[in-house]
Design a protein around this ligand. Structure first.
Ligand code: ARG
Length: 265
C-alpha cells in the first residue's frame, strides 16, 4: 500500500509569537516563498510514490502547518497532541476533527500531560523513541507505552535549539539513524548507541544540524531536507540514500523544516 502523508497548507503561516529560540516576533515571512516551497515538498513526496492528504488551514493559527505535531499515529489510532504552550493548543481540536473525518480512531492523553505527537515520538522498527522536557512530559511516554503496549525509550533533549525530537533525531529506512548527538544528554546518547550500531548511526555536524538536516522526510531510499552540505549528502549516498534539497528557510524562522510539515498516517 502507498505510504500516506498528512500536510496542511501554509496560507496563514507566519511568526506571531515566540515559543522556541528560532522564533522572533517581527520576523517577516514571505507567503510566496512559503507556499512555493511547501508545494515543492508536496509534489516531491507524491513523485516519490507517497500519497499526500491535506487539511484546510485555520486563520490565526500560524503553526498549524506543522502537522508532525498533530498526533502520534499507531495502527488506526491518532493520539492527539496536548501542546505545551497555549498558542498552539487551539490546533488540537482541528486536528482531531480531521482524523475523525478520515475514519481514524481518535485518542487523548490525560489533561495534565504535555505531548507533541510525532514531533517528539518516532518509531525505528518496533521501538518508539520519545523526546522530553522542552515540549513533552516523560509521564506521557509511560502512558503511551501502556496504551499501545509498545516499548518506549525516553531521550532527554538538552539544547533549546532542538526542542522537538524530530529536530535532531531522524530514523531512516533499514534501521539507520541520522542524528545530532550534542542535542541529547549523556544517558540518551548511551541509549542511542546501545540501540543503533555504529554502522547505522549517521552523525550530523553542528552546521548541518542548525540547518535542520535531521528534520528530514524519508521515503524509500530518498531523503528530503533543507539545503545541506556536500559532506552529509556524500555520507548518506554511501549508505544508499539520495538526498533531495528544498529551500525551507521560511520555515526555519519558526523552528521547522521538511519533517515538521508532514505526518505519516
Ligand atoms: N513554531 C512551531 C513550534 O514551536 C514549530 C514546530 C515544528 N515542528 C516540529 N515537529 N519540530 O511549535
Amino acid at each position: 500500500m502507498k505510504e500516506r502523508i498528512f500536510m496542511c497548507s501554509p496560507e496563514f503561516y507566519g511568526v506571531e509569537y515566540e515559543i522556541n529560540p528560532w522564533m522572533k516576533v517581527g520576523t517577516e515571512t514571505s507567503e510566496n516563498k512559503s507556499v512555493t516551497n511547501w508545494n515543492k515538498l508536496k509534489e516531491l513526496i507524491t513523485r516519490l510514490g507517497a500519497e499526500v492528504l491535506t487539511m484546510e488551514p485555520v486563520k490565526g493559527l500560524p503553526d498549524i502547518v506543522f502537522t508532525a505535531n498533530a498526533a502520534l499515529m499507531y495502527k488506526n489510532i491518532a493520539l492527539i497532541s496536548r501542546f505545551r504552550y497555549k498558542e498552539r493548543q487551539p490546533e488540537e481540536k482541528y486536528y482531531a476533527q480531521w482524523f475523525k473525518g478520515q475514519g481514524y480512531q481518535v485518542e487523548y492523553l490525560p489533561e495534565n500531560m504535555s505531548f507533541e505527537g510525532a514531533g517528539d515520538a518516532l518509531f525505528s522498527g518496533e521501538v518508539l523513541y520519545s523526546g522530553y522536557i522542552p515540549r513533552s512530559d516523560i509521564e506521557a511516554h509511560f502512558f503511551i507505552s501502556k496504551l499501545f503496549d509498545i516499548k518506549v525509550l525516553s531521550l532527554e533533549l538538552v539544547d533549546q535549539r532542538f526542542y522537538h525530537l524530530d529536530t535532531c533525531f531522524c530514523p531512516l529506512k533499514d534501521g539507520y539513524l541520522l542524528y545530532y548527538p550534542a542535542a541529547f544528554d549523556e544517558y540518551a546518547n548511551k541509549v542511542i548507541e546501545e540501540n543503533f550500531s555504529e554502522e547505522k548511526r549517521i552523525v550530523a555536524q553542528e552546521e548541518e544540524a542548525v540547518k535542520f538536516c535531521c528534520n528530514a522526510v524519508n521515503i524509500g531510499n530518498s531523503i528530503i531536507m533543507n539545503h545541506t552540505t556536500d559532506r552529509l549528502k556524500q555520507v548518506l549516498k554511501e549508505k544508499g540514500f539520495d538526498t533531495y534539497e528544498i529551500d525551507f528557510s521560511e520555515y526555519l524562522k519558526a523552528g521547522g523544516s521538511a519533517k515538521c510539515l508532514t505526518l505519516k498516517i
